[in-house]
Write a protein that binds this ligand. Structure first.
Ligand code: 4NP
Length: 156
């Protein structure tokens, strides 16, 4: 079982999009038994709030449901609970490190670290553009799944 926590600032735009896109990719490949996938915030800003309408719309267009998801904050204990903590941008990475203090098992990555051109996921909170964010997230999730396939001893 590979346990993955996607992380962003608010857990309403980018990390839920990554959570549900990645769950969909895993399900379509019949791999859901091999994964536990969730998402969380580094801040308290949006705790308890539903997924942002812009993210919900992009997921709905792709035929993906995010029903029942409400923002939660990540905890220090998540470091032991998960195998991968995947931030969306450099600011998230710094905030994750502030929460977990250290990363002796090298579990912390950014989603686009796995892509051909590593960079931050476009932040729709500031751009208002969920299209670019969605394209970045699909690119990152595909690259991450390819990375796991090459690295983990799982039956893909
Ligand atoms: P997210 O987007 O981190 O992708 O969920 C944001 C949500 C809330 C805020 C910023 C970004 N905020 O400043 O409250």
């Amino acid at each position: 079982m590979i346990k993955i926590l996607f992380v962003c600032l608010g857990n309403i735009c980018r990390s839920p999009m990554a959570e549900f896109v990645f769950k969909d990719m895993v399900r379509k490949r019949g791999l859901e038994d091999q994964f536990y996938i969730a998402s969380a915030a580094t801040s308290t800003e949006e705790i308890g709030n539903p997924v942002h309408p812009g993210t919900r719309r992009k997921l709905r267009e792709a035929g993906i449901s995010c029903e029942g998801k409400y923002a939660v904050q990540m905890k220090k204990s998540d470091y032991d609970r998960y195998d991968y903590l995947i931030g969306m941008d450099e600011w998230n990475r710094r905030s994750i490190m502030r929460i977990i203090k250290k990363d002796p098992e090298s579990k912390v990555f950014l989603l686009l670290d796995f892509a051909k051109s590593p960079r931050d996921i476009a932040d729709p909170w500031y751009t208002g553009n969920f299209e670019v964010t969605y394209a970045d997230i699909v690119e990152g999730c595909q690259a991450f799944l390819d990375y796991l396939k090459s690295r983990e001893k799982v039956d893909f």
